[in-house]
Design a protein around this ligand. Sequence first.
Ligand code: SF4
Ligand code: SF4
Length: 362
Amino acid sequence: MLRPATSPLRPPVAAEGLDIPLALPRIDLALLGGFRFQCRPGCGLCCFAEPAVTAAERHQLVQIEPELEFVEGARGWAFLTSRPNGGACELLTDTRCRAHAARPTPCQQFPITVHVSDRAQASLVLSCPGIDAAGILRWSGGPPIPVGPRGLDAELDAADAEWVRSGTERELDRHAIRRGRSISLHDLAALRAGLHRELPWPVDEDFPSEEPPDPSDGLAGLPVTFVPGHGRVAFATHAGGWMLFELSEVGDEPGTLGVIPPPTATPEVTTQGEQLLRGYLHYLLERDDAVEGVLAQEAPEGSVEEGLAADLIRTAATVLSRASVLQRLDGRDGALDAADLWEGVRATDAEWLDRPTTGRRF
Ligand code: SF4
Ligand code: SF4
C-alpha cells in the first residue's frame, strides 16, 4: 500500500498542567519515501540492544517471561537487559524474539525512528539489512520528489500509535530542546540547500578516519553491523588497525575475525559507489537528528554551515573506511562499488540517531 507523505492528522491532546490543548502535528514521512523493507531471517541485528519498555509493556512481558530483568530508567521508563560481551537482548533466541507478540514499541517500529525537534520526522535506521539500497540511490542528486513509503505499514502503525500515546510528553520536550546556537528555519533551509548544491567530500587529509572505540571499554559500545556469512560484526580500535569481532547472541566470548588496517587516504570508488555515498550524505543533510547534533554543540567552532560540512565529511570518511575494511574482510580489494559503499553506510548509520535500536529517548 502506498501511504501519503505524512501520517494522518492526529486528534488534539490536552496537555496536563497547561491552559491550552496541544494539537499533535503530523509525522513527516519524507525520509521513508522510495525505500523497500523486508526483515531478513537470521539477522537479529536490531536485537543487540536494550529497548525501552513502558509500564504496560513491562507488565505484558513478565506474563510471558516471569524471570525477565529490567534496568530502571528515568520518568517511569525501564529497559530490557542485554547479555554480556555485547550479546543480544535477553529475549532473543536463535535470532527470534521469544515475546514477539508483546515486543516493546521500539522493536515494533524498527527500522523506523521518529525524531522530534521543530517537527516530528520519521527516518530509517539504514543499518538494517532488510532495507534495500535503491531508496538511497534516489537521493544521489539531492532530495528527490517525495513519495509515500512502501512495505513499512506495520512499523509505521506502531510509530503512529507511539506518537499518539506519548505525543503530549514529546511536544513538551520539543520546547525544552536546548541548542548551543539558534538559527531560523528559513536560514536552516537555505543552508541545507547550499550544502546540497555543493556537497562536502572527504580528501586524503581526512584519513585515517575516526577510530572505533577501545574494546576494553565494553563490547556493547562498539559499532556493529550485519555481514552475510559472519553475522553481527563489531569494529574496535587496535594497534595494528581495526579489530573485527563476531558477536555472539548469547553473550559468549566473541570470535575474532582479524585485524585490518583502515585506509590512510581516500579510497578509490566507482561511479556507482560515489552516487550511493552522495545519496547518503544528501539524506543525512535532511535528517533533523543529524542537524540537531551540530546545533546542540555547546562550544561550537566556526559557523553552523562549517559544523554541518565537517560532520558530513567525517561521516563520509567513516563510511569509506568501514566499506574498505569490510571489502578486505571479504578477501577483495580494488575500487569500492555501490554494494561496498552500502555495506559502509549500514556499518555507520546507527551512530547518527538518538534512538537507533534502543528507544532511549527519555
Ligand atoms: S535489523 Fe532489520 S533485517 Fe535485521 S532483524 Fe532487525 S528488522 Fe530484521
Ligand atoms: S524484545 Fe525487542 S530487542 Fe528483545 S528480542 Fe524481542 S524484538 Fe528483539
